[in-house]
Every structure is written in structure tokens, then in C-alpha cells.
Design a protein around this ligand. Structure first.
Ligand code: ADP
Ligand code: MG
Length: 683
């Protein structure tokens, strides 16, 4: 059997079951080999009954010592019971709802029972133990790998398939890491690591193998980031010397900049004057006024005769930035253009012409900004907004387009320090830690289903007062198509019932860009009272008259995401209200309480981290990096620093990764990092 063989040819799988494996992302033998168990269950220890301790989970080898009793309990549950003996002592075994177990027991002989032994005063008892006859050695007496499963495909199916593959494999997977490296770090060779993960003989062996693969993941992750970073280092930037003119720009704004904005603008201005490219991350809570900070830098560049690019993650947001920047820059005599993937050929030709000739100084867009046919005259400043939506690679591409450009990355999502060090080791960070004055905190409430009528009445009341509202749809974790469908259905329902006298529109990711744009324009213009939306509304949208937000299933969202959503309101002079429908237990309640009590994005994300634990929080995919399957960024920190040292050494010796020994690493980096998919997340 070869690695590239289709999984359906593995003995015992076949055509129909292959479909279930496909659901887990397993298509080939190779995929199966790298489908790693999440954890192990140690069923290797076997004890005589005399040595059992109350509450311990172990194997006991024993014979039947009584008849098999089966009956129905008062609440109609089938109970099967027997007494077994290991020759010295007796133990009781009981099963609920498993009448077929009697057939297994009737066969007689020695059994292995695996389960939790509970002391009942006279006997030990095991409830629903895993039971195996003498001839079976599949489920007891050893360490079992625990895989993520899917409906119709259980642990045993996966284990059997894996064992079959291991016994009939004629080809070894290639080890990415050079032998010199694995030796130096005392790492197990790849194939034995895989074997130890799927068929571990001990917990230590499993952990050692896990570390081997975790090391590899962290190594590739960092090598990829360093590799991209080194590409960037080859550039030098155009210094923008006239930054003093930003003071004039600030003077003409309709508001006074906050001290935090001033400080950050000064930090940026200092960078702009240098030939070393600026590489700065601006973190600032929603509503802290990041756009104007970026615009200040764009102004300096324009005054010096250079172009600036601003890339936004969604069409809606790009449109909005375009409008705001155009309003700012048109009176100053600078032309602003928009480049997205949804323009007519004529519009596109015109925009691309202005980008190439340099007629446009302020260029806003989605990732269409980095399409191959877009050329710029003299871009000196490249800004990405809400950076976590973009891949590392896209940022680099944008920087390449703006050959020699200063880069500014803006985000509202605070990133834990450890993660930011890995991702942005060479990035300078500025924080806007102050909101513009006069913002009223958003009053936030967590309510239960029983209050629905009251909540909707409140929304109606606000609409009567002339305000507008967002209603965020229930979150479902299915495909985008299903999300859109449910949003539409939900919107229809609201339109027909409580909000039949209001103008209601539905916004979701499946709408055409032009439709979405139209809806947002209508909402901005006040033609729509209620915008029913999926989380596409999450970033950046700014409609000051919208002062109410209702969020369905709030317990399913991350707190930072709720905070982002909530940031869509509270942008005007009206009091704002966020009402979250949330169900769930104690943790859910505590999380909602944090939302109701705090409006500080950084504090909220810290608390969320505490409550949910680092595992979930460190979702690095949202930072545009390949997903880690084995390594855990919160517990494998030491491994991470080992991998980091190894990467530095490797790239020092072979910066282009051109030696044959490093060929596979290079290929892996290319496949993990350099494939930019449509929606802007790395494959
Ligand atoms: P974010 O940081 O979330 O991107 P924005 O840049 O969209 O925030 O700013 C939010 C709103 O606050 C905008 O309407 C903007 O014009 C306004 N704003 C920004 N800075 C100030 C300020 N110093 N004083 C008053 N309003 C401001
Ligand atoms: Mg913004």
C-alpha cells in the first residue's frame, strides 16, 4: 500500500465508509497516517480484585461466578447483572441499556472488564465496563488512542483502519526535518513517532512522539514567518520627511485628537522619516479612532507626492473607508479611489489607470489591491485594517506591491503577548488606550428568552424615537450557505411578525457585493430601520444613528467578538443599548456578566482568556497562520523557544533554504504559507 492510495482501498473501508473518512478530511492513506489522536486512554493496567482502590479505573480479568440476571428497572431501563471472580475475590458487573452483553457473557471463559471500580461496602462494582473475551485484544489491556470522530465512524473504525495501514504500508512518509536537526534535538524519527502516536506502548512514548510532531509544527511555523520576514528585509523605504505638516491636517479636523491618538501619530511620524521601512502595529479598541491616525500618515505621504494604500478585509469596510477618506481628502485636493473585486470593467480600468499614473494618492480596497494587474506609481505607505483577517502572506504581498513602503497594521483585537512575539517579533506596537471624549458607555444587558417581548418592544420604541437597530442572527457553525439561509429565514420571520411596520433588511456573506453595498448605503441613509445581520457586520461599520443591538445566542460567541459586534453602536450622541439573549451554565453567565460590566476590549479579552483557557484563545488561524494540530502554544512554550533557536540556526546557515537537505522544509513552507485563498485566510 502506498501513501497516495485512496482510503477506500484500505481493507475494511470501501466506497461508502470512505465518505465518512472524507468528512474528517481523510482521503488518502497519507491523510490517515497524519490523522493524529487527540489524547490517549490508558487501559493497560490490570489488577486483581483484592488490590482495587475505590474509584480507580482499571482492567480486571475474571470469570463468571453467577448466572446472568436481566430485568427492567422501574423506569424501564434494561439492566444486565452478573457476579464475576478472579479466583480469589468477587466483583459485581452491571450494564444499563445493553441487553446484548448477555450474549458475550454466555460464551464463558475469561473476560477483561475495564471500568471504574466502585466499592459498595461488600463488593466492588463496575458499571457499564468495556468487556472483552479472551480472544479480543482490541479494547482492553493496552493504551488506546482517542481520535476525533464523526457520526457513523467511531474510535474502533479509525483504530482498525490505522492498524491495517501500518501493517500493509510499503512506503515511509518523508521526514521534513533534516537528520542533523532531529539528532541534535533528540527527536524521534517521523515514522516511529507516528507509530507511537497511533499505537502507544506507554504514556511517555506517546508524549515523546507528540513532542516530535509539535516541534516540527512550531519549527515550520516559525521558519515560515522568518522566511517571509527576511523577504521583507530586502526592501528599504522611501523616507517621508515632511511629517510636520500633519499638525495642519489635525488642526482642520472637526474634533480634537485624543492624547493617545497624538502619541501614536508621533510614533508613526518618527518611523516615516526613516529609510528603514516602518513595521508598526496599532492596537486600539473599537471606536478609539484608528482611521484618523492612519489618515494622518496618508496625508503626510500625499503631501510629499507619494501614494498610500489601505486594505480592508471586507467589501463593506473598504467602501466605508473609501467614503470617509474621500470626504477628508477631496477638500485637500487629493484624489481617493476604491479598488475591489466587484467593479465593472470600465470602473476598474479607470481606477487602475489612476493607480498606475499616480493621479490617485489615496487608494482603498479589499485584497483586490494585491491582484496582479494592479500597478502603483510610487506607494510609500501601506496600511492594513483589522489585520487579523488577513494572512501573513497577503500582508507581505501588499508590501511587495508597495516596494519599499512603510507598513502600518491596525487591529482592535488585542493579541496575547506571547503570541504577538511569535507573529510579530520584529513589529513595533503602538496602543491607542483612550476613547474620544463624550462617548457614552454602551448599556449592555444579558437576558433570557422569557424577556423577548419586552426586548422587541424596546427596539420598537427606539425606532419610534428615530433610531436604528442591528439584530445579530443566531450563530450556526455550518457552511456559509446555511448561515445565509438561516439569516434570511430569521429576517423574514421578524419582518412578518413584531417588526411588520418597520423597514427590515437582511445582510449576510452570500449577498452580491453590490447588494451588500446598497443595503449598507440604505442603512446609513436611514432608509432601513432594522438590519438583521450575520457577523459580517463585525468589523468597522459605522452608522452613528444605530443605537440598539440585539444579539441572539450570545453565549456562543467569543467575548472579543461580542465586543467587536457591540462596537457597531455607541458611535453617535445617543445612548446605546446592547441586549444579548444568552442561555447556558455558570461560565456562560460569568462571561455575559463581564460583557455587561466592562466596555474595555483589553480587559474583556484578558477575562475571556481566564475563563476559556488558553487553548481556545490561541486560535492562531484567525491570525492568518496555518492551524497547529499538535502543538499547543500555551503549554509548549519551551518547545517553541527550542524550535525558534533551531530556525535561526538553520536560516543563518541556509537563508534561501536551497540545500537539498532543506528542500522539504521549503516545500512545506510554500504549501502552508504561500497559498492565499479567496476569502483571505491562508490555506
Ligand atoms: P476604530 O478605531 O474602531 O476604527 P474609527 O476610526 O472608525 O474607530 O472612529 C470611530 C468614530 O470616532 C469615527 O466616527 C471618527 O470620526 C470618530 N473619532 C475619531 N477620533 C475622534 C476624536 N478624537 N474625537 C471625536 N471623534 C473621533
Ligand atoms: Mg476601524
Amino acid at each position: 500500500m502506498k501513501l497516495s492510495d485512496n482510503i477506500k482501498y484500505v481493507k475494511g473501508i470501501g466506497e461508502s465508509r470512505a465518505g465518512l473518512f472524507a468528512k474528517l478530511g481523510i482521503f488518502s492513506v497519507d491523510d490517515l497516517l497524519f490523522y493524529l489522536p487527540r489524547s490517549i486512554e490508558d487501559r493497560s493496567e490490570t489488577k486483581p480484585i483484592a488490590e482495587l482502590m475505590d474509584g480507580e479505573t482499571v482492567c480486571v480479568k475474571a470469570f463468571l461466578a453467577s448466572g446472568i440476571k436481566t430485568y427492567r428497572s422501574r423506569n424501564r431501563v434494561a439492566v444486565t447483572q452478573a457476579t464475576v471472580s478472579d479466583g480469589q475475590n468477587l466483583m459485581k458487573v452491571t450494564w444499563f441499556n445493553s441487553p446484548y452483553i448477555a450474549n458475550t457473557l454466555k460464551a464463558g471463559g475469561e473476560f477483561t472488564f475495564f471500568g471504574k471500580a466502585i466499592y459498595r461496602g461488600q463488593f466492588f462494582e463496575m458499571i457499564n465496563p468495556v468487556t472483552e473475551t479472551e480472544s479480543g485484544t482490541k479494547k482492553t489491556g493496552k493504551i488506546l488512542p482517542i481520535y476525533p470522530t464523526t457520526k457513523g465512524l467511531g474510535q474502533t473504525n479509525i483504530r482498525n483502519a490505522v492498524e491495517t495501514v501500518f501493517s500493509s504500508l510499503s512506503q515511509m512518509p518523508e521526514d521534513i526535518l533534516p537528520t542533523s536537526l532531529t539528532k541534535e534535538h533528540g527527536l524521534v524519527p517521523l515514522f516511529s513517532a507516528l507509530k507511537s502516536l497511533h499505537m502507544p506502548k506507554s504514556a511517555e512514548e506517546f508524549e515523546k512522539a507528540r513532542m516530535r510532531l509539535a516541534f516540527e509544527e512550531l519549527f515550520v511555523l516559525q521558519a515560515g514567518i522568518c522566511f517571509l520576514r527576511n523577504e521583507r528585509k530586502n526592501y528599504s523605504a522611501t523616507p517621508i520627511k515632511n511629517v510636520k505638516c500633519i499638525a495642519d491636517f489635525a488642526k482642520n479636523l472637526p474634533f480634537e485628537l485624543t492624547n493617545a491618538q497624538k502619541r501614536v501619530i508621533n510614533e508613526i511620524a518618527a518611523d516615516l522619516t526613516k529609510t528603514v521601512p516602518m513595521n508598526r502595529l496599532v492596537q486600539g479598541d473599537v471606536g478609539s479612532g484608528k482611521t484618523i491616525v492612519a489618515a494622518s500618515a496618508m496625508y503626510a505621504a500625499a503631501m510629499a507626492g507619494f501614494q498610500s494604500l489601505m486594505m480592508a478585509p471586507t467589501e463593506i469596510l473598504a467602501n466605508q473607508h473609501f467614503k470617509n477618506l474621500e470626504k477628508l481628502f477631496a477638500p485637500l485636493g487629493f484624489e481617493t479611489i476604491l479598488i475591489t473585486g466587484n467593479m465593472t470593467a470600465a470602473q476598474r480600468r479607470e481606477a487602475l489607470g489612476k493607480a498606475e499614473s499616480g493621479a490617485a494618492k489615496i487608494i482603498v480596497g479589499t485584497h483586490a489591491l494585491i491582484s496582479e494587474d494592479v500597478k502603483y506609481k510610487n506607494p510609500a505607505l501601506v496600511i492594513t485594517d483589522e489585520q487579523h483577517r488577513f494572512g501573513v502572506r497577503q500582508r507581505t504581498l501588499l508590501t511587495e506591491k508597495g516596494f519599499g513602503a512603510h507598513t502600518l497594521v491596525m487591529t482592535a483585537t488585542p493579541i496575547p503577548r506571547t503570541l504577538s512575539l511569535i507573529l510579530y517579533g520584529d513589529l513595533d506596537i503602538s496602543v491607542i488606550d483612550e476613547l474620544p471624549p463624550g462617548r457614552k458607555p454602551i448599556e449592555t444587558y444579558s437576558v433570557k428568552e422569557a424577556s423577548r417581548k419586552k426586548v422587541f418592544d424596546f427596539v420598537l420604541q427606539k425606532i419610534k424615537e428615530g433610531r436604528q437597530a442591528y439584530i445579530i442572527c443566531p450563530l450556526i457553525e455550518e457552511s456559509e450557505a446555511l448561515v445565509a439561509k438561516s439569516a434570511v429565514e430569521y429576517g423574514e420571520k421578524l419582518k412578518k411578525s413584531v417588526f411588520k411596520n418597520c423597514s427590515v433588511a437582511v445582510l449576510h456573506g452570500r449577498l452580491k457585493a453590490t447588494e451588500r453595498k446598497q443595503i449598507m448605503e440604505d442603512f446609513s441613509a436611514g432608509k432601513i430601520d432594522i438590519l438583521v445581520s450575520t457577523t459580517v457586520i463585525e468589523v468597522g461599520v459605522d452608522v452613528a444613528n444605530a443605537s440598539v443591538m440585539v444579539i441572539e445566542n450570545a453565549e456562543r460567541f467569543g467575548l472579543s467578538q461580542l465586543h467587536q459586534l457591540r462596537g457597531r453602536i455607541g458611535r453617535g450622541s445617543h445612548s446605546s443599548y446592547c441586549i444579548m439573549f444568552a442561555e447556558g451554565g455558570k461560565i456562560a453567565e460569568e462571561r455575559m456578566k463581564i460583557m455587561c460590566e466592562s466596555c474595555d476590549g483589553f480587559k474583556i479579552s484578558e477575562k475571556d482568556l481566564e475563563l476559556r483557557g488558553p487553548g481556545e484563545f490561541f486560535g492562531i488561524r484567525q491570525h492568518g497562520l496555518p492551524e497547529l494540530k499538535v502543538a499547543n502554544l500555551s503549554t509548549d512554550m519551551q518547545l517553541l523557544s527550542q524550535a525558534k533557536t533551531a530556525v535561526e540556526k538553520l536560516l543563518d546557515a541556509d537563508p534561501e533554504l536551497s540545500s537539498p537537505e532543506n528542500r522539504l522544509i521549503k516545500e512545506k513552507i510554500h504549501s502552508d504559507f504561500l497559498n492565499v485563498s479567496e476569502n483571505g485566510v491562508l490555506n
